[in-house]
Ligand binder design. Structure first.
Ligand code: NAD
Ligand code: USQ
Length: 412
């Protein structure tokens, strides 16, 4: 298939592009490198030294003889997006290209506005471009399990049957997102569902849980292909953070009681889920929703697992309960269905001690790049201007600059 990976320079996107290319698909990447800029603005860096895109692509070509074409630009800019899709004519578009950190979206008004404009406008442009240029193409969109929040009933895959006053209907599952970022995904879902209904677009919304790991079969082929491994308080996700904290003997930063339960998956399952969605496209006009995770854990359970993996490696680490900087339930019911991808053939990589060992070992290997100042949470949900975070952030200093970045002219 001809598959275009939007956001292909990022954590999930890079691993997916290589995996699909290795499987023989004709892969292209679309990215504006915004994420590299945001790291710079926040004064953080990935644990692993990722290479610039031209180096990544030429290493892949030399190793495998396969090419991946790269289109550099901002998908919120329709004048860039439309000719790009016209040149690619994809069978499937995998859309990762969004600002994806909940804490980033909660720093202050500017970061919230930027997140929602970047995500909602990018996706809306994409829907119009598909309609105009490749109406038969299948949109595989990364959503998030966080769209549902933590309701006190079972979470279904996208839709729920409701009986009300003696009548029955199948309706979108209620959404209770926990950040302006998670809200942007809800807005996207509504826009995509509407576009499927009115224009007959085919789309799959993958409500992905929290991803962990960094290595896939393709990435481990060469150091030049190395993937992101974020551990800072804004972009680092919880299990990856705990492994890096353990590597340097820093207490594991459990927010509050640690009963927050989420769906999780290995990055090797992310790439396979994407392939399964592409190979089994939604029908014309269908808005399909899959819950993309393999296991659920509480934050405290994860901390205890990392603590015992670290102990085996001779590292003693404490678990520290910090006051939660977020507004979220610290203890709650959580039971989310996730059978549709398994039905399509997913064979999950469940979280194992050996995987935790290898993540801690990767962190030890790059420990000279670890800045422990990035472990402590600095973005507080209740604070509308997170000054400490803003001081570090050299970007979006003014309205004019924000407008420019939204228009896509200063990201590359
Ligand atoms: P990432 O930040 O590593 O990658 C996102 C990529 O998109 C970056 O390379 C960035 O430069 C690019 N991008 C952002 N806005 C763009 C724009 N307007 N135009 C062009 N490119 C743009 O994020 P990730 O962790 O790879 O996440 C990818 C997707 O998966 C996101 O949509 C995220 O919401 C979703 N997701 C991620 C996780 C996770 O744990 N990482 C979990 C669930 C869902
Ligand atoms: N947490 C801690 N300690 C930490 C970091 C996080 O206890 O040091 C807690 C958080 O409070 C939260 C949970 O761990 O309860 C998960 O936090 P996270 O930062 O790992 O993940 P989250 O903010 O939910 O976002 C990540 C991705 C996002 C994706 C989402 C999937 O960044 O792109 O949408 O996971 S989900 O959580 O299912 O919505």
């Amino acid at each position: 298939m001809k598959i275009s990976v939007l956001g292909g320079d990022g954590y999930c996107g890079w691993a997916t592009a290589l995996y699909l290319s290795a499987k023989g698909h004709e892969v292209s990447i679309v990215d504006n490198y915004a994420r590299r800029l945001w790291d710079y603005q926040l004064g953080v860096q990935t644990l692993t030294p990722i290479q610039p895109m031209p180096e990544r692509i030429s290493a892949w070509r030399e190793l495998t003889g396969k090419n991946i074409e790269v289109f550099v630009g901002d998908i919120t800019d329709y004048e860039f997006l439309a000719p790009t899709l016209r040149a690619i004519q994809p069978d499937a578009i995998v859309h990762f290209a969004e600002q994806r950190a909940a804490p980033y979206s909660m720093i202050d008004r500017q970061h919230a506005v930027f997140t929602q404009v970047n995500n909602v406008v990018g996706t809306l442009n994409l829907l119009f471009a598909i309609r105009e240029i490749c109406p038969d193409c299948h949109l595989v969109k990364l959503g998030t399990m966080g769209e549902y929040g933590t309701p006190n009933i079972d979470i279904e895959e996208g839709y729920i049957t409701i009986e009300h006053n003696g009548r029955k209907d199948v309706l979108p599952y209620p959404k209770q997102p926990g950040s302006f970022y998670h809200l942007s995904k809800v807005h996207d879902s509504h826009n995509i569902m509407f576009a499927c209904r009115i224009w007959g677009i085919r789309a799959t919304d993958l409500n992905q849980g929290v991803v962990y790991g960094t290595v896939t079969n393709e990435i481990e082929l060469d150091e030049a292909l190395i993937n992101r491994f974020d551990y800072d308080e804004v972009f680092g996700t919880v299990l990856n953070r705990f492994c890096v904290q353990a590597a340097v003997g820093h207490p594991l930063t459990v927010y509050g009681k640690g009963g927050q339960t989420r769906g999780y998956l290995d990055i090797r399952d992310t790439v396979r889920c994407i392939e399964l969605a592409c190979l089994n496209p939604a029908a014309r006009g269908e808005f399909r929703v899959f819950n993309q995770f393999t296991e659920q854990f509480s934050v405290l359970e994860l901390a205890q697992m990392v603590q015992s993996a670290a102990k085996k490696l001779g590292r003693k680490v404490e678990i520290e309960h910090l006051p939660t900087p977020r507004v979220e339930l610290e203890e709650h019911y959580f039971n989310a269905k996730h059978s549709k991808l398994i039905d399509l053939g997913l064979k999950p990589h469940l979280l194992s001690e050996s995987l935790l060992d290898s993540l801690v070992n990767i962190a030890v290997r790059y420990s000279d790049r670890i800045d422990a100042a990035n472990f402590r949470p600095q973005v507080n949900w209740r604070n509308a201007r997170n000054e400490r975070r803003r001081q570090k952030s050299v970007g979006y200093a003014s309205e004019a600059e924000l407008a420019l970045s939204v228009d896509g002219h200063n990201h590359i």
